[in-house]
Design a protein around this ligand. Structure first.
Ligand code: ADP
Ligand code: MG
Length: 318
């Protein structure tokens, strides 16, 4: 049996060029740049709850970091450092090698150093704390939306939820659609570059992890505003378009979790800059509605009729 320290040395110790001191001491030492606020966020993934136990470990390593990067993206922050707390049922070297490869590939892509963590035996659970920097006072917050803002979303919505339904046997996707939707579910791409570029353009932002209606609801509540959404404008993957006439299809787009796109509000004057940004990033940006002064969230169909209330999204205790 490898010791806990062997495992950490083999799988989780890499150079930390961006830290004063990385893995191996009682604490890491980090130095944010002058004039920057530290942005800190933690997200935990529990086996059987957030992912299926037989999920490919490489993709799981990617996703464990990706969901945390997504939170920093939603603040407009630059990711810098992460810590990783692991509970593992056993020391499976092949699993750990694949998991850490997925984690470090994504970390390297975003210039993130893994500077510490904790490793213990227990039911499989993975928790990352991510730290990043954002210019003082300029972060994209949930409480900054204003009546008259337009509502935008990046990429496509509902692919991850559709992929999960396919895996669970609730519907059958053809091979091409299944591959695309499973990639959305298991290997989400955090919109870090978009979040950075939105500073100064957007007002409020959130990442769509629990479903559009639920996450947008947080912006509305914190900002003290309402919103109108146009169902027909929602950007959905090819696999989902034909299902949008059905309740289950609409639920994927409106309430499906795990897409990790950014939902943000911006003044009308930002339209042109957002169109340029879309081209520059090669990432679809879609205007899906408006922020209103009256509270409440209304989704309208193609004829302008409000949809009946839908289940809003995932709530662990709901
Ligand atoms: P302590 O007993 O002081 O908490 P540990 O023995 O738990 O220290 O960890 C030793 C070192 O390895 C620490 O620097 C810790 O941050 C790091 N570490 C432990 N687990 C991980 C992990 N999964 N990933 C990265 N670093 C880790
Ligand atoms: Mg420890």
């Amino acid at each position: 049996m490898p010791s806990e320290f062997d495992l950490i040395a083999r799988h989780f110790t890499r150079p930390c060029p961006g830290a004063t001191l990385g893995v191996g001491d009682d604490a890491a030492l980090l130095r944010p740049a002058p004039g920057m606020d530290l942005a800190v966020s933690t997200d935990m993934l529990v086996s059987g709850r957030h992912f299926l136990p037989d999920t490919d470990p490489r993709r799981l390593g990617h996703k464990t970091l990706a969901v945390n990067l997504s939170d920093l993206a939603a603040m407009g922050a630059i990711p810098r450092w992460a810590t990783l707390a692991l509970a593992l049922p056993q020391a499976d070297e092949a699993w750990l090698a694949a998991f850490s490869a997925g984690f470090f590939d994504l970390a390297a892509h975003h210039g993130v150093d893994l500077v510490g963590g904790d490793t213990t035996r227990g039911p499989l659970a993975l928790s990352v704390t991510i730290l990043g920097e954002v210019e003082s006072g300029r972060a994209l917050r949930r409480d900054a939306a204003r009546a008259g803002d337009e509502l935008w979303v990046s990429g496509e919505l509902g692919g991850a939820a559709l992929g999960l339904m396919h895996v669970q046997g609730a519907l059958h996707l053809n091979a091409e659609h299944a591959r695309a939707c499973l990639a959305r579910l298991e290997a989400p791409q955090p919109r870090v570059a978009l979040g950075r570029a939105l500073i100064g353009l957007a007002r409020a932002a959130i990442d769509v992890s629990d479903g559009l209606l639920a996450d947008l609801g947080h912006i509305l509540e914190r900002s003290g505003v309402g919103a109108e959404l146009a169902l027909e404008r929602l950007p959905v993957p090819a696999a989902l378009s034909p299902l949008m006439a059905q309740e289950a299809g609409r639920a994927c787009a409106l309430a499906g979790g795990d897409d990790y796109e950014l939902c943000f509000t911006a003044p009308v004057s930002a339209r042109e800059a957002l169109a340029e940004l879309e081209a520059e990033l090669g990432l679809r940006l879609t205007r899906i509605g408006q922020i209103t002064a009256t509270a409440g969230l209304t989704v309208r169909d193609g004829e302008g009729r409000p949809l009946p209330t839908l289940r809003q999204g995932y709530d662990h205790f709901g």
